[in-house]
Design a protein around this ligand. Structure first.
Ligand SMILES: NC(=O)c1ccc[n+]([C@@H]2O[C@H](COP(=O)([O-])OP(=O)(O)OC[C@H]3O[C@@H](n4cnc5c(N)ncnc54)[C@H](OP(=O)(O)O)[C@@H]3O)[C@@H](O)[C@H]2O)c1
Length: 293
């Protein structure tokens, strides 16, 4: 039995779909308020719980062989959900002698960003996981291509592309379908045991390449609106008076916009050879989701 947390999220639902496509037993950890009908229809065992509750995690871990931690957190919940819930999953995973623990972290978590509780939580979880006696694989993804789907749809309708921050910043935009595949396959590959992988798409893209790719996909000239990072800083300081939690959460967004998150060609080569996979380009992902459906 696989336990998948964040089973309704962008990568979690793809993990569940793929496991069920192979007829493998999956327990999907979901919240009652979430939309989990599709997972149920695919034959996943639905476990209703809250990752802030240790007793829910304890129950969910019973009789599982693999844990795939693929959840994220709501604003202001980094300590409880990004940190504590993962520590609990590891503790109960060890108690239940699970075979393998796959942890979805984030690219750049080792850079020690102090302004983001999420980045800090992920670094602490990675450190803690490496000290357990669990077999593990840590996947550190760059930004998901699925985040760009709403922007691409707007571009298709209007030709407009909005970006905040430096257009020269590089990223390795990643298909969440590929990430799901890696998470599922990690326990099977000897060379993925107790390893950390940077995970990204096959090309290093400047942010200004994104409207260019949209333009190729939709055969439309791009009109780029580029706002400076100071706009986000202004919004963030104003929010500080009204909603300090949201202000802190925007620290993660600021880090993502102000810095570069890309994988080197050596990192992609290592990933593709260990997992015997060819990572999908952004253009191919967009065509698959927006042109062929
Ligand atoms: N998106 C990216 O570009 C990106 C890039 C690098 C790394 N990552 C990491 O990859 C992981 C997955 O990201 P994602 O974008 O797939 O996440 P997502 O779409 O934001 O989904 C988050 C998931 O966590 C669940 N969750 C949140 N709080 C919960 C709680 N208290 N109890 C139970 N479930 C809870 C959500 O359930 P509900 O449906 O109930 O809300 C949802 O299923 C995260 O760790 C994220 O930090 C993401």
């Amino acid at each position: 039995m696989y336990l998948v947390t964040g089973a309704t999220g962008s990568v979690g639902k793809r993990i569940v779909r793929r496991l069920r496509d192979r007829d493998l037993p999956v327990r999907a950890f979901v919240r009652l308020a979430s939309n989990y009908a599709e997972l149920e229809q695919r034959g996943a065992e639905i476990f209703i719980g809250d990752l802030a509750q240790e007793r829910d995690i304890r129950k969910a871990c019973r009789d599982v062989r693999y844990i795939i931690s693929a959840h994220g957190s709501d604003s202001g919940q980094a300590q409880a959900i990004d940190y504590r819930a993962n520590i609990d999953l590891m503790d109960f995973g060890q108690e239940n002698r699970v075979d393998h623990f796959v942890y979805i972290s984030v690219l750049g978590t080792d850079r020690g960003y102090q302004d983001s509780p999420v980045f800090k939580a992920k670094r602490e979880v990675e450190n803690a996981l490496q000290k357990t006696d669990l077999n593990y694989t840590i996947l550190r993804p760059s930004g998901f291509a699925s985040n760009l789907l709403p922007l691409a749809e707007r571009f298709r309708d209007t030709g407009i592309y909005f970006a905040i921050g430096d257009l020269k910043n590089r990223s390795s935009i990643l298909s969440p379908d590929d990430l799901a595949e890696l998470a599922i396959q990690a326990p099977d590959y000897e060379a993925a045991q107790n390893q950390i992988f940077a995970v990204g798409g096959p090309e290093i893209l400047n942010r200004e390449d994104i409207p260019r790719i949209f333009s190729q996909v939709f055969e439309k000239e791009p009109f780029v609106i580029n706002l400076p990072l100071s706009v986000l800083d202004g919004v963030r300081s104003a929010l500080g008076f009204l909603n300090p939690d949201l202000q802190r959460s925007l620290g993660t967004l600021r880090i993502l916009l102000a810095n570069e998150f890309f994988c080197t060609s050596e990192e992609i080569h290592r990933l593709e050879s260990v997992f015997d996979i060819q990572m999908e380009s952004l253009e191919s992902f967009l065509k698959r989701y927006l042109l062929n459906r």
